[in-house]
Design a protein around this ligand. Structure first.
Ligand code: ZN
Ligand code: ZN
Length: 350
């Protein structure tokens, strides 16, 4: 079958690979319909290896060259022995975590914190391919008829669901989001669906600010500095959610939240940064991490939000192309092209 594999930094190839195997015990095989390209795929291309396995992964045994892609929707084609509740033809989204089931985190059902977690597209063959064979637990069926392209956004939306869960959002609370990429705009929609009051988005790119207003943001602001200087909008939020992955914005986020407020970090800052600890202590600001998603909590909720149209996942799709062009019109475009009007690029086997 055709697939896109990561070989090394700057070396991602569309190539012919061995077909996804027939499903074994507790597995299903899925015909991929759509797979999104994520910021982490871009990071592996430009600066990797970051998370992608270059040595055999302790849980899965897979390593590069490896099929990338982890934002997948598809149709079940084959069901392995011992699988209940899934049937060929069913439209599903794939939660990408594969976990050990044995460690303390797994025993507490905090599977996103597993000691040995693996993930499709990073340490297990991913979704930029014609087919995948995965644990059946990972395949969450659409809860109502839905377009398969929108369903491919379930993974980023599940990250947003977890962030809102971690924020302990209460009805009517004011939320400020830092960063208006796919995750930031998904957090905006999930916050509103969860009953947030005014939501403000901070984002330098005009296209993304416009999209945020169309999706119901009460206000948009160009930079954190504008908020800290007291422009009004976004200031004194009950909750600030940082989706940038920058190591400088968490400090600014803790400055703009109200006393006693919560700051949730969703982006992945790879560099350490500075925080004003005195500000955390004297204003009782809580700093909270939010990592990935749990399949039967966050991911299931994301699938349902999309299927019930309480969020508009398709509004985040700006480009679609085929596997043949996944590098030239996908990953390389994100790396080198003008991305001022790009949010989610989706790839189909074509
Ligand atoms: Zn992703
Ligand atoms: Zn575990």
């Amino acid at each position: 079958m055709k697939a896109v594999r990561w070989h090394a930094r700057g070396d991602v190839r569309v190539e012919e690979v061995e077909d996804a195997p027939p499903p074994g015990l507790g597995q299903v095989r899925v015909d991929v319909e759509w797979c999104g390209i994520c910021g982490t795929d871009l990071e592996e291309y430009q600066d990797g290896p970051v998370v992608i396995a270059v040595d055999p992964h302790p849980l899965t045994g897979f390593n590069a060259p490896l099929i990338i892609g982890h934002e997948v929707s598809g149709r079940i084609s084959d069901v392995g022995p011992g699988v209940e509740g899934l049937a060929p033809g069913q439209l599903v989204a794939l939660d990408g975590f594969i976990t050990c089931g044995e460690c303390r985190a797994c025993n507490r059902h905090a599977v996103n914190l597993c000691d040995r977690w693996a993930h499709i597209g990073m340490s297990y063959p991913g979704g930029l391919a014609e087919r995948m064979t995965v644990p059946a637990l990972m395949a969450l069926p659409a809860t109502r008829p839905v377009a398969s392209d929108a369903l491919a956004l379930a993974e980023p939306f599940s990250v947003a669901v977890r962030a809102i869960r971690r924020s302990r959002l209460r009805l009517g609370e004011r939320v400020t989001i830092v960063g208006g990429g796919t995750i930031g705009l998904a957090v905006l929609q999930v916050a509103r669906a969860a009953g947030a009051g005014d939501v403000t988005l901070i984002e330098p790119m005009p296209f993304r600010r416009q999209r945020a207003m169309a999706l119901g943001a009460a206000a948009v602001v160009e930079s954190c500095d504008d908020v800290i200087l007291g422009s009004g909008a976004g200031d004194q939020a009950d909750i600030v959610i940082d989706c940038t992955g920058s190591s400088s914005t968490p400090h600014q986020a803790t400055g703009m939240v109200r006393p006693g407020g919560r700051v949730v970090l969703v982006g992945l800052p790879v560099e350490p940064g500075k925080i004003d600890y005195l500000n955390l202590v004297l204003r009782e600001v809580e700093l909270i991490g939010s990592a990935g998603h749990v399949y039967d909590e966050d991911f299931r909720a994301a699938v349902d939000l999309i299927c019930s149209e309480r969020v508009d996942a398709a509004s985040l799709i700006t480009h679609r192309t085929t596997l043949d062009h996944a590098v030239t019109d996908g990953i390389a475009l994100l790396a080198e092209g003008d991305c001022s009007e790009t949010l989610k690029i989706l790839i189909s086997p074509g």
